[in-house]
Design a protein around this ligand. Structure first.
Ligand code: GDP
Ligand code: ZN
Length: 300
């Protein structure tokens, strides 16, 4: 039987929906019983091979190797993260932005920083932001409300599997609706206040843009908790620190209070931005404290 290729976009209780661009549209697929016995469990984002059966349904035959796998939301083959923020209403703090960037670096996915609501800020305010991040990250300034620069954002998303991240209120769902009316991000659990932390039984879903490409309906990194990074490796998640590897007097310098620290020299000279370095120190201390707590429990 002819084997076709598609992407899993959604799960039902007994089957899953697969998008096959050659056919166009979604197709309900079942899973062969042997998958369960072999411990094979497809997830959203998986590229699969399937065969068409007589009743217009498909049957998954195999899962192609996963390029990447994100745990929250659980989704495979994500190619990029769109970090959405705004500089007014709300003014997202640099520390929050830096946490998102560390989380993205940890999962080794490229980030595009989408600065939304540029209709609310002037050039100088945008330039100040660009000076901090522009050298190391791709920045795409947009206004979903005034429809500014949306064509560029569309180019970024076209043909790829992406996930959005960013605090609530920055305009993630507005952006999707401006790009493709009818698309909607799921309301995040956290914003529901009293029900905080409650588990959802629904799974993540991939939404398909009319212009081609997919986006997860659930924002990534909703709780902003730092992953299990060894404090000494945090520098790898800051490109401007990572690129100076080996330049400090001590090869194992963590750039906190060691003598001959080249990173600190660059901070003082202004070529590493002080707000980035402050974020680095805060997160370093947080990871260090966590490490000490764990060590303490071992003996206590
Ligand atoms: P989300 O929580 O990130 O999905 O944010 P929403 O899409 O719900 O947007 C939050 C608020 O910001 C809404 O009141 C939007 O109307 C507003 N908003 C979104 N985009 C823009 C924009 O480009 N400019 C302005 N001024 N407001 C915007
Ligand atoms: Zn150093």
């Amino acid at each position: 039987m002819e084997r076709r290729k598609g992407v899993v976009v959604r799960f039902g209780s007994r089957n899953m929906e697969v998008v096959d661009n050659e056919i166009g549209g979604r197709l309900v697929c079942t899973m062969p019983g042997r998958f369960r016995m072999q411990g094979i469990r497809p997830i959203v984002g998986d590229r699969v091979e399937y065969s068409l059966s007589g009743n217009g349904q498909g049957r998954i035959e195999s899962i192609l190797p996963r390029e990447t796998e994100l745990s929250r939301p659980r989704i495979s083959n994500i190619e990029q993260i769109l970090l959405v923020l705004s500089l007014k209403k709300p003014a997202v703090q640099n520390l929050i932005t830096d946490r998102f960037l560390v989380l993205a670096a940890y999962v080794k996915l490229p980030v595009i920083i989408v600065v939304n609501k540029i209709d609310l800020i002037n050039n100088a305010e945008f330039e100040r932001f660009s000076e901090i991040y522009g050298e190391y990250y791709e920045i795409c300034p947009v206004s979903s409300k005034k429809r500014i620069n949306l064509d560029r954002l569309q180019e970024v998303l076209k043909g790829k599997i992406s996930v959005m991240a960013g605090m609530s209120g920055v305009g993630k769902s507005s952006i999707l609706n401006s790009l493709n009316p009818g698309l909607k991000l799921r309301v995040s659990e956290i914003s529901r206040g009293s029900e905080r932390g409650r588990h959802t039984t629904s799974y993540v879903e991939l939404l398909q843009f009319e212009f081609g490409g997919f986006i997860a309906d659930t924002p990534g990194f909703a709780n902003l908790e730092l992953p299990e990074i060894v404090p000494e490796s945090l520098g790898k998640c800051f490109p401007e620190i990572a690129q100076e590897r080996g330049m400090c007097a001590f090869s194992d310098c963590v750039h906190v209070d060691e003598p001959g620290c080249y990173v600190k020299e660059l901070v003082e000279a202004g070529s590493i931005h002080s707000s980035r370095y402050e974020s680095y120190l805060i997160m370093y201390n947080e990871l260090k404290e966590r490490e000490l707590e764990k060590g303490g429990r071992k003996y206590g």
